[in-house]
Write a protein that binds this ligand. Structure first.
Ligand code: FES
Length: 118
């Protein structure tokens, strides 16, 4: 099983506040791609556009801290670019190890705008 390095923490994970944050337009994220979303607070998320739906998870691989927005997207699975850990972008579940889940955030699309519930 891959090692899990606890010294790397996601300092850019947005706090849960129960509010919608508009992060861009639907046209800004091409189908089948990921994008890094920077919030006004300095927090950061990874956003994916898959089969007409949007998904958001932490932009931080818990293995060594790689940005998950830059990984390789295959279906609903993002594979970390650095060492290949895999995550389900719908839930944040790590498919490589049982201790590597990341948080997933609800995404709402209204009037062509992408809003993430943080
Ligand atoms: S940083 Fe190693 S798998 Fe993501």
């Amino acid at each position: 099983m891959p090692s899990f390095n606890q010294k790397f923490g996601n300092f850019k994970k947005p706090p849960r506040e129960g509010r919608q944050v508009t992060v861009g337009k639907v046209a800004d994220v091409p189908e089948g791609r990921g994008a890094t979303v920077e919030l006004a607070s300095g927090a950061e998320l990874a956003l994916y556009h898959i089969e007409g739906k949007f998904y958001a998870i932490e932009n931080f691989c818990p293995h060594k801290g790689a940005p998950l927005a830059d990984g390789n997207l295959c279906g609903h699975t993002i594979e970390c670019d650095w060492h290949g850990w895999r995550f389900d972008v719908r839930t944040g579940q790590c498919l490589t190890t049982t201790s590597g889940d990341v948080e997933a955030y609800e995404v709402v699309v209204e009037d062509g705008l992408i809003k993430i519930v943080v």
